[in-house]
Design a protein around this ligand. Structure first.
Ligand code: MSP
Length: 515
């Protein structure tokens, strides 16, 4: 009989602007996506994890000009910074899309033609205010409400009057309201769902201006109906999610992957994803993604970390002495997905010393040390029964981990893993193996170490989505061949023999908190 077909899981991150180098905020979205992608692969699903770069728009052109660099050379260079960082952070993406890719450009132009032919795009005069950094239009009232400044970034706006192309958002307003009512899990967490619903209840949607005259914005995808214009960057960027899987070109591929199972985004880009994007798809008569999940912000003090505030933390600097897995662990453990968090080096060091060096690192070191000392590293045993001392913690982890991971409650999943780890540490203290050794209870110590090795092996599988390098390192030290690859390996006593090596502690304790 053929094995059952794998179910597919399509995950996306936002595509990152290349006007600056990546920072911790960007790394956060990608690490979240990576954690889920690795978990889904462990669970046997066929995963497509998409990320990439958003390369058009005036602010990118300006960033290039400020360096006296040709814009094409500039975007080519800066996108490498993202790729390099993802490599260092072990982001296991399957495809990296760039909005300057010819295939993406073609998709965008095709979409505009389709929507124009349908009557959902029209040309009209626009009069109002414009924020260049945000590439966003504001009406007179909106600008007045935000003291004459851009309502998003607070910077000066420019008054403009020009002809442009518009997409009929308003036509689909009621449809979107109904859709949200029928699909309360479409936008997560709940607070963001309520935010979008509230916005729609209290505002009337205006049609979206989706072109920019080349006289003002020259760096973009040419508008297919009118060569004097380029496509608005957000309209261009959102379409990456379907162009990457072959929209309009590779039917089989598209049908396999679309709809996306989850779009991870930051809460600052919720409206684009929860209002523009569903309506664009509806107008194209394409299914909607299953979930849009908006995470919170990392702040420094009270401020969002961002290039414009000048308070960004460069992940490459940080990982010079903080292990990559400690950074991944911190970002996923410190705050539940959806909440804001305070980012600081002392907070990471604290987490690393307490959870990773003390709890996990100590457990692994102590057990492997004893295995080497008492049995030259070789333990073979067959204890089917899980010791009572950590049975509850193990069962609670085994039963709760998949549902927590499936609903992206990464904090809660980690909490279960570390409760299990702590229980194993307590088991060592309570059993006092050194006295057993003195009493020559060799078989007892062997069984004692065997169950701990099983516990450590299983913890490594559960930890893998969060800390892939550490999980693989634990596997190696346990003498296991192959890589961490399947959640089914979390069954108890599937391994009977171990041949372990102790090596140095998994995580160094860092004493200096200020740097
Ligand atoms: N290019 C658009 C996205 C287009 S998607 C079709 C964009 N790019 S961005 O580079 O500015 O931001 C990308 C992601 O990084 C967003 O999800 C944003 O929320 C996230 N972060 C940027 N700063 C952040 C923090 N300080 N904290 C957490 N995430 C933040 O927007």
């Amino acid at each position: 009989m053929n094995p059952p077909a794998m179910s597919k899981f399509y995950i996306t991150t936002p595509i990152y602007y290349v006007n600056a180098s990546p920072h911790i905020g960007h790394a956060y979205t990608s690490i979240i996506g990576d954690c889920l992608a690795r978990y889904k692969r462990l669970a046997g699903e066929d995963v497509f994890y998409l990320t990439g770069t958003d390369e058009h728009g005036e602010k990118i052109k300006q960033a290039a000009s400020s360096l006296n660099e040709d814009v094409e050379v500039f975007v080519d260079r800066v996108k490498e910074n993202f790729k390099d960082l993802w490599k260092q952070l072990n982001i296991s993406y399957d495809y990296f899309i760039r909005t300057t890719d010819p295939a993406h450009k073609k998709s965008v132009q095709d979409v505009i033609r389709i929507l124009y032919d349908k009557g959902d795009i029209y040309k009209s005069k626009y009069q109002g205010f414009y924020c260049l950094p945000c590439e966003t239009f504001w009406t007179g009232t909106q600008v007045k409400d935000s003291q004459g400044k851009c309502a998003l970034c607070g910077r000066d706006v420019e008054e403009i009057e020009e002809e442009n192309y518009f997409f009929r958002l308003s036509k689909y307003e009621q449809w979107l309201k109904d859709y949200l009512k029928k699909n309360p899990d479409f936008i997560q967490p709940k607070i963001r769902y309520n935010e979008v619903k509230g916005f729609l209840d209290n505002n009337t949607l205006s049609d979206l201006c989706i072109s920019r005259p080349k006289t003002r914005v020259s760096w973009g995808i040419e508008f297919p109906l009118d060569k004097d214009y380029v496509v608005y960057v957000w309209f261009d960027a959102l379409l990456n999610y379907i162009s990457a899987v072959g929209f309009g070109v590779e039917k089989e591929k598209f049908n396999k992957w679309w709809p996306a199972d989850i779009h991870f985004i930051g809460k600052d880009i919720l409206r684009h994803h929860a209002i523009f994007w569903p309506i664009m798809l509806r107008a194209l008569e394409v299914n909607l993604p299953r979930i849009i999940f908006a995470h919170g912000w990392w702040k420094i003090g009270q401020e969002k970390m961002s290039k414009s505030k000048g308070n960004i933390v460069n992940p490459l600097e940080l990982i010079k002495d903080i292990p990559v897995d400690a950074l991944r662990y911190f970002l996923l453990r410190e705050i539940p997905l959806g909440s804001d968090g305070d980012f600081s080096r002392p907070a990471i060091v604290n987490r690393m010393n307490s959870d990773l060096a003390n709890d996990l690192g100590n457990l692994v070191h102590r057990v492997l040390n004893m295995a080497e000392k008492y049995f030259q590293g070789d333990i073979d045993c067959d204890v089917e029964k899980i010791p009572v001392a950590f049975l509850d913690a193990f069962l609670s982890l085994r039963d709760n981990y998949p549902p927590f991971m499936d609903k992206m409650d990464f904090c809660a999943a980690l909490d279960k893993i570390f409760s299990f780890i702590k229980t194993m540490n307590k088991y060592i203290e309570d059993t006092k193996p050194w006295t057993l050794w003195k009493e020559n209870k060799i078989q007892e110590i062997k069984e004692f170490l065997y169950v701990l090795l099983e516990g450590i092996r299983i913890s490594a599988v559960y930890l893998y989505p969060f800390m892939p390098q550490t999980a693989e390192e634990i596997y190696k030290r346990l003498g296991l061949s192959g890589t961490v690859s399947n959640l089914k390996d979390c069954q108890w006593a599937v391994r009977k023999t171990y041949s372990v090596t102790k090596e140095t502690p998994l995580f160094p304790r860092i004493e200096d908190t200020a740097k």
